[in-house]
Design a protein around this ligand. Structure first.
Ligand SMILES: [Zn+2]
Length: 573
């Protein structure tokens, strides 16, 4: 009986061997998380496959085995190719691009990048393994150790593998089957985890799950178009501008006490009291796509149902007769060249939803954010009596050096006295601060455009970024968020409201409320409430207690970062 336990493997020993090695190659060269569990989990997976083959009638078993080979090698090659071509293994963005772009485009896009350089070493390994398997097809090892091996050793080892991989199997089951919203799905898999979707096949399943959940959200949004309930609009503010920045860590803004002059123009505006800097604002997530969903939706943390069950605020504006412009340096409707923003922008670029949200959009991205001003100038002719303009910057996104033209470089490594950092790190730090300085120029240029209008502007970046603060030695974003430093740098964001002189004169009541609110704790998932209030739109989705400048604003609302971390509690600790 105990010998029987290994009969499936012994009958399919070639299959088991080559599948294990193939899995191991993927594991070693693609997997970024811990691999310790996966090495053993792979044993279990191959073992189970062998049982499947063993239980089937011989003829069927041969066909199924062939199918397994095709899928396993095919996916391993595609997966490895993606890693070297796109910097990421199979994921929902990539799958979506393959499914949604037409075939000719997809083939062109893929083949145009097949160069000898992209055929990398691990990819060669996979092909080499395949060739070896084909060339040794005549060889069927007798498995001499069969009789020498004490089956109990094998059984114990197998049990050990099962035990060690059980947790990861539960993790995959939970993500693929139990999770019901795309927010929860992204959240659950953002955490570092020993194991995870460790094989290309599992990654494909996970990608499909992500796409299907996102599709559900898009469907819900589509279904709800035109069903928004609006009671009326007073057009309190005729021109509302929302600037959504990118990766701005508040602690690098001079406006918030940073030692270097990174925001001279915003400082000047704050000094003449036309700009009110809010002191205690955090982002709900540290990923652009997540923040976009929550910021645009009338939903907020702690509300019933999903973000897609609520209307998006630009829809309400548009329904009320506001001209809604979206001028983005990231999510332009053509996404062929912007594969990594595809996932985040997918609901915005769905034709029906796009039409319900915006009156006008720009159609190209720019190397530097200042290019968006050209787009605004050309769209400006469409401005009507009531306008909502949403700027979406590339801001201080990683690759800091690429975010500003050389002529705007001001901070140099010699301006920093950080003995704990390497020369390269100090350069990176200077690049970030230069990007902050350039951002200052961009936002002040936007303000210039609205100086003579009856206009109010709100600035918020999507989230912050790690940038060597407080003696830390890292920059960019961390996948998981554990320490106070990681929270503070990635979630503390600058947030300000500027109003033109004519706005302050015509709406002294609103301006008074803005000034009174500047020290309130706020999380930007509720930004829609403020905007709706500023427009004077009355609708059932408005919650006075969530409106940052309302006298009835609830300062005690829990600010749960990533649905998970109580910001105020974590900061106090
Ligand atoms: Zn972002």
């Amino acid at each position: 009986m105990k010998e029987k336990i290994f009969a499936p493997v012994l009958t399919n020993v070639r299959f088991a061997f080559f599948m294990y090695v193939l899995g191991l190659i993927s594991l070693l060269f693609v997997h970024r998380g811990g691999r310790h569990v996966s090495v053993f989990e792979l044993v279990v997976d191959v073992y189970v496959l062998c049982w499947v083959l063993y239980l089937l009638p011989l003829k069927v078993s041969k066909c199924v085995k062939g199918l397994f080979y095709v899928i396993a090698y095919g996916l391993a090659i595609v997966d490895m190719f993606c890693v070297y071509r796109f910097g990421a293994p199979i994921n929902s963005s990539l799958v979506r691009v393959c499914v949604e772009t037409n075939q000719r485009e997809a083939i062109e896009a893929l083949t145009s990048y097949v160069t000898w350089q992209s055929i990398s070493f691990p990819l060669f390994l996979i092909i080499l393994l395949l060739i070896t398997q084909v060339l040794t097809a005549w060889w069927h090892p007798k498995w001499a150790i069969q009789r020498k091996l004490n089956p109990w050793v094998g059984i114990v080892f197998l049990l050990f593998c099962v035990a060690i991989s059980a947790k990861n199997k539960w993790f995959m089951y939970h993500n693929l089957v139990q999770i019901k919203t795309s927010i929860d799905l992204e959240l659950a898999t953002e955490y570092p985890h020993d194991g995870g979707f460790y094989l290309p096949f599992y990654r494909l399943l996970y990608a499909w799950k992500g796409i299907s959940l996102e599709e559900e959200s898009v469907e819900k949004l589509e279904e709800n178009i035109g069903k928004e309930k609006i009671n009326g609009c007073t057009y309190k503010s005729p021109n509302i501008v929302l600037i959504i920045g990118e990766s701005y860590n508040r602690h690098h803004a001079q406006l918030y006490g940073y030692a270097l002059p990174t925001t001279p123009k915003q400082m000047a505006l704050a000094n003449d009291s036309s700009l009110i800097a809010f002191t205690d604002v955090v982002a709900p997530y540290h990923q652009t796509s997540m923040v976009f969903r929550l910021a645009l939706s009338m939903y907020a943390y702690g509300r019933p149902k999903d973000w897609a069950d609520y209307p998006l605020f630009p829809q309400l504006f548009k329904r009320c007769g506001y001209q809604v412009m979206f001028i983005t340096n990231q999510f332009v409707p053509s996404v062929a060249d912007d594969i990594f923003n595809f996932y985040g922008s997918v609901f915005l670029n769905d034709p029906e939803i796009n039409q319900s949200l915006f009156s006008h959009r720009n159609t190209r991205t720019h190397l530097y954010d200042m290019g968006l001003l050209e787009d605004y100038d050309s769209l400006r002719t469409y401005q009507k009596e009531h306008n909502l303009v949403i700027f979406h910057l590339l801001g201080q996104h990683t690759g800091y050096r690429e975010r500003y033209p050389e002529s705007d470089e001001r901070f140099l490594p010699k301006d920093y006295h950080r003995k704990d950092l390497t020369a390269d790190d100090i350069k990176e730090l200077a690049y970030y601060d230069n990007a902050c300085l350039y951002n200052d120029k961009v936002v002040s240029e936007i303000i210039q455009r609205f100086k003579d209008q009856d206009a109010i502007i709100i600035y918020m970046p999507d989230h912050g970024d790690m940038c060597f603060d407080n003696g830390t030695k890292v920059y960019g974003r961390t996948i998981s968020v554990n320490t106070k430093d990681e929270i503070v740098q990635q979630f503390d964001i600058p947030f300000w409201i500027w109003a033109s002189e004519s706005y302050r004169q015509r709406h002294p009541d609103v301006w008074q409320l803005v000034k009174a609110a500047k020290n309130r704790p706020f999380m930007t998932d509720n930004i829609s409430q403020l905007l709706i209030y500023l427009a004077g739109i009355s609708c059932p989705y408005y919650r006075d207690s969530d409106n940052l400048i309302s006298p009835r604003y609830q300062t005690h609302r829990k600010r749960m970062l990533m649905n998970e971390i109580d910001y105020d509690k974590a900061i106090r600790e």
